[in-house]
Structures are given as structure tokens and as C-alpha cells.
Ligand binder design. Structure first.
Ligand code: SAM
Length: 241
């Protein structure tokens, strides 16, 4: 029993469970997608796996779904944070969307010395992460945190979390991820268009949990670098293998 439309809901899912719709979801299902009573929708909430639900009430501004059966068990992403310095709006949106698709468990915009933007629209970025999870078949929506200063984040860093520090100054050096155990908490750090300052580079390289990493011989744009870094991490230490 499959459904083409997938929605992330903040509501428990289980056999026979009723799920009241938000105004936005009701508008989308009944106004945009033209679903009516009896229509089917796939639901996930980050906790209960994926369920097929049937429309039992359809209004203009509200409605109710009823869970029929579980179609996939819960599969959580690896414990991988993506830290990145926000860049231009469309490229920042791209990074958030791709991070959710690639299986980041948390997306954290950080302000480095050369970061251009001082503000982000956290709610808009969170909505992009929800949309990406809905369309890629993921069962989890990574939290997008508010912009925070990298130095403050490092001052309170959990010591068991490894940090893959993607440093453009290392471009062309060998990738050093092999030899690490799978299943450990990690974070990836991508710098802004201007790269990292010398003092940041010095501080980051000296951290006991930091792994300075090259992403090949060419300097990648930050959005490309974010996807490339998540790809090599997923392949070496994540849920790709
Ligand atoms: N302005 C910098 C320069 O010219 O050297 C380039 C910064 S790059 C556009 C943005 C970020 O992507 C970097 O801070 C780094 O985190 C990552 N990055 C890009 N290419 C990389 C590479 N070859 N190796 C490691 N990290 C890279």
C-alpha cells in the first residue's frame, strides 16, 4: 500500500492513530494536490518510521488522517553534524537541502572570521530541511540551529566528537579518515568563501579531536565542498557501507 505524497508531521504515528492536519498541510493536500477522503499519504515524524495514512476528513483549513500500516521501520542517520559558514542565500539553501539528503543529523551554521552574513533565517532553513527529508525518503529531519560563533562553539565542544576540519590550505594532501572507527560522533566543518583565517587554522589544527582534511587538489566552492565532504565521510565512516 504505497502513497506518493510524503509528509513530515509532529505527531505520534501508530496503528489506527488519528493525525490532525495543520492548516498548511490541509491546504497542500486538499488545495494543491487535490486529495480527498480515502486518499493516501506517507507520514514520518523522526521517531516511528514511515506510515501510510488515509484521509478521513478533508476541509479547506484542516483535516484528519488515520494511520493504516507501517511501510518502513525507523532509520536514523549517523551522528554527523555539518558546520558551515553561511554564504549567499541560494547557496546556503542548497547546503541545507543537500545536508538533509546526505544524512546529516544536525545542521549548524557558524560564524567564522571571514563569514559574510551575520544573520540567517533559521525557520526558512529548517523548512528546507523538512522538504528535503520528505522528498528523499528520509525518516528523520535534521535540526537546523541558529547561527553561532565558531569560537564559542569550540569552547564548549563535546570532547568525544571528532571534527573533520576541511582546510583549503591542505588542498591536494591525502585524505586522512581511514583508521577511525565507525559509529562515533563526528562533525564536518566547511569554511566561508574567504576560507579560514590563519589564527582559526592554527587553533583548529591543534584541537585533539580535529582531523585536518583535504578535499582534493582543487579549491571547491563552499557548497560543493559541503557535499563532497559528506560524501567521503559517509563512504568511509557513515551508513553507505
Ligand atoms: N578563499 C579560499 C581560498 O581561496 O583558498 C577558499 C575557500 S573555499 C571556497 C570554502 C571552504 O570549502 C573552505 O574553507 C574549506 O572548508 C572547503 N574547501 C574547499 N576546497 C577544499 C579543498 N580542496 N580541501 C579542503 N577543503 C576545501
Amino acid at each position: 500500500m504505497n502513497a506518493k505524497i510524503r509528509l513530515y508531521v509532529e505527531h505520534p504515528l501508530g496503528p489506527g492513530q488519528s493525525v490532525p492536519l495543520t492548516r498548511e498541510h490541509a491546504h497542500y493536500l486538499f488545495g494543491v494536490m487535490r486529495l480527498s477522503v480515502g486518499g493516501r499519504v506517507a507520514l514520518f515524524n523522526g521517531q516511528d518510521g514511515e506510515w501510510v495514512a488515509e484521509v478521513v476528513e478533508a476541509g479547506k483549513r484542516d483535516g484528519v488522517l488515520s494511520c493504516a500500516e507501517q511501510t518502513k521501520p525507523l532509520q536514523l542517520p549517523p551522528d554527523l553534524w555539518l558546520l558551515f559558514a553561511p554564504i549567499k542565500k541560494a547557496r546556503t539553501d542548497f547546503i541545507v537541502e543537500k545536508a538533509a539528503e546526505m544524512g546529516a543529523s544536525r545542521i549548524m551554521p557558524v560564524q567564522t572570521e571571514f563569514t559574510n552574513s551575520e544573520r540567517i533565517r533559521q525557520d526558512r532553513l529548517q523548512a528546507h530541511a523538512v522538504e528535503a527529508a520528505e522528498q528523499c525518503g528520509g525518516m528523520f529531519v535534521p535540526e537546523v540551529t541558529d547561527l553561532q560563533r565558531l569560537d564559542r562553539l569550540l569552547a564548549a565542544w563535546p570532547e568525544n566528537r571528532q571534527l573533520m576540519f576541511c582546510d583549503e590550505a591542505e588542498a591536494g594532501a591525502a585524505l586522512r579518515l581511514a583508521g577511525n572507527e565507525k559509529g562515533q560522533p563526528w562533525a564536518i566543518l566547511i569554511g566561508p568563501e574567504g576560507g579560514f583565517s590563519e589564527s582559526e587554522r592554527k587553533r583548529l589544527s591543534a584541537l585533539p579531536y580535529a582531523h585536518v582534511v583535504s578535499l582534493g587538489p582543487r579549491i571547491l566552492r563552499a557548497d560543493t565542498a559541503a557535499v563532497a565532504a559528506m560524501t567521503v565521510w559517509q563512504q568511509a565512516l557513515g551508513d553507505w557501507s
